[in-house]
Design a protein around this ligand. Structure first.
Ligand SMILES: O=C(O)CCC(=O)C(=O)O
Ligand SMILES: [Fe+2]
Length: 162
């Protein structure tokens, strides 16, 4: 993601992202007990409840793959009402990710999700409309292609708590 996208996301929605590495909380951190005791991921702790994922959905997009704007509502009412996050990890080709408050594609904000980006939608942003407008051909990092023989396209993993 570029810096503009980071600012947009950071100011409007409680999202956490990284580029090319997973920055994860390594110290005790639990919003259910305390909101301030985590030095490594204060932002995440304060605004997005922690999850114990029990579902992983794997999406594979060819270079013509798309996913229309939608809300993720298949988890339990309790999970959604608490704003439990879903954690999305992108691998392979870059995709343009859209998100917004309505299903209107024209009004959605668009950001690039690159291989290695981690996006967390939780708390206030749990029910954001989101989707993939397109996948950018031949954008997988060369080292990844060489190391894995990954075919063209994009893999997205989302970890969720039912
Ligand atoms: O591929 C993505 O980045 C989003 C996937 C998604 O929204 C979903 O699986 O519900
Ligand atoms: Fe989704």
């Amino acid at each position: 993601m570029n810096d503009v996208s980071r600012k947009e996301l950071g100011s409007d929605y409680p999202l956490v992202w990284t580029n090319t590495s997973i920055r994860w909380c390594t110290s005790p951190c639990d919003t259910r007990n305390s909101q301030d005791n985590c030095s490594s991921c204060k932002f995440y702790c304060k605004r997005v409840p922690q999850i114990d994922p029990d579902i992983c959905i794997v999406n594979y997009y060819t270079n013509s793959g798309k996913l229309g704007l939608h809300q993720d509502k298949d988890e339990s009412k309790s999970s959604i009402n608490q704003g439990l996050a879903f954690i999305s990890i992108s691998i392979g080709d870059t995709a343009e990710f859209m998100f917004g408050d309505t299903r209107d594609k024209g009004k959605a904000t668009k950001i690039d999700l690159e291989s290695g980006d981690v996006l967390i939608l939780g708390g206030e942003s749990r029910l954001l409309f989101h989707g993939i407008s397109h996948v950018k051909t031949n954008t997988t990092p060369t080292w990844l292609k060489e190391a894995t023989g990954l075919r063209p396209g994009r893999i997205n993993l989302t970890f969720r708590q039912y």
